[in-house]
Design a protein around this ligand. Structure first.
Ligand code: ATP
Ligand code: MG
Length: 318
């Protein structure tokens, strides 16, 4: 199972060299530098007169904290590519699924001895999972493994401006001192290139457009997909889209149920990881989360899903 722990396809070429720091947000260039230093395994600095202010880069952990689309996963994958030795890359959910499948002690055995473990989208939603992961990471760090993680969007994070580093450090408790947190500000990179809307096509064109896409494609009514997502556990969504190049969604409608909306968000994350294109008719997918949901506690999750939906439908832009 652990051999699947590599960056998603779209990040296979990600490097610190092809990350383009936004000059309007200096923290991006700083993040590149910090990741580069971490990658080189920087030995503890002496702290000469002119370098005393340098951050403590000898810590075995680095945590990239930022809003959506600022390139956290890109930077994490860059780090993974640079690392030598046995190394793993997965989302928080993938690691918890691994523990679920192998059990705790076999997971420790499988991961022990790795030089680097990258955890994308560290979740703080479930205290049990957070404790489990903190314990796992604690054992691995103690045996010499270095850890890199990125933030996910905590459910109570109202507004895009709120960062999760404090929550992360508090939740991982004893491990907190091992992490250097690096904040990455900025605007959604995907919007630098895509205009801000998800593309819709007329219902009668969906099948035809899918036929032009190479690889396996599927076509369903949006309502039927929501039904399916309700019957399958979110940890299995990844199987649902396994090997699919594109999905067709007919007659997309705005959500009226928060439960459906959150399931769809989890599904979109899996589509995005696998870079599954979306061909959709009906309501534009960036308008499916109604204002009352966007104003609520899951705002950041919804906005990130919108950003990802815009990217995944952009192949249909004329
Ligand atoms: N500064 C950048 N230079 C070059 N490519 C970038 C930059 N920032 C992001 N990207 C690209 O934009 C896309 C989105 O970035 P990425 O997925 O790394 O962001 P993220 O912060 O992890 O977002 P999310 O919150 O959705 O997980 C990726 O394809 C990534 O390679
Ligand atoms: Mg990401």
């Amino acid at each position: 199972m652990v051999e699947h722990l590599v960056p998603p396809r779209q990040f296979m070429q990600a490097s610190l060299d092809n990350y383009r720091p936004d000059p309007d947000f200096p923290s991006q260039a700083e993040a590149v530098a910090a990741v580069g230093e971490f990658a080189s395994g920087a030995a503890p600095k002496r702290g000469g007169l002119f370098s005393r202010k340098k951050s403590d880069d000898s810590r075995p952990g680095i945590y990239l904290d930022g809003g959506f689309g600022v390139g956290k996963t890109h930077l994490l994958a860059s780090l993974w590519h640079r690392a030598r030795g046995r190394k793993y890359f997965g989302t928080f959910i993938e690691y918890t699924a691994l523990v679920g499948a192998l059990g705790y002690s076999d997971t420790v055995k499988a991961l022990k001895g790795a030089s680097l473990i990258c955890i994308d989208e560290f979740e703080l939603d479930d205290p049990g999972d957070t404790r489990l992961m903190a314990r796992l990471l604690g054992e691995l760090v103690a045996s010499g493994t270095r850890i890199a993680a990125t933030s996910n969007t905590p459910p109570n994070a109202l507004g895009e401006g709120r960062f999760a580093a404090q929550d992360f450090l508090r939740e991982i408790d004893a491990l907190a001192g091992q992490f250097n947190t690096v904040r990455v500000d900025g605007v959604d990179y995907r919007h630098r290139e895509n205009s801000g809307h998800a593309v819709t096509v007329p219902g009668e064109e969906v099948a035809e457009r899918l036929a032009r896409i190479e690889g396996e494609t599927t076509l369903d009514d949006f309502a039927a997909v929501l039904g399916l997502l309700g019957r399958v556990h979110p940890s299995r969504y990844v199987k649902v889209v396994d090997n699919v190049a594109a999905i067709g969604l007919l007659d997309v409608q705005a959500f009226t149920s928060q439960t459906d909306a959150l399931r769809f968000v989890a599904f979109v994350d899996r589509l995005y990881d696998a870079q599954v294109q979306i061909v959709a008719s009906g309501t534009p997918l960036d308008e499916v989360f109604p204002a009352d949901m966007l104003a609520g506690g899951y705002r950041k999750k919804y906005l990130r899903a919108v950003s990802r939906l815009i990217a995944l439908t952009s192949g249909q832009r004329e």
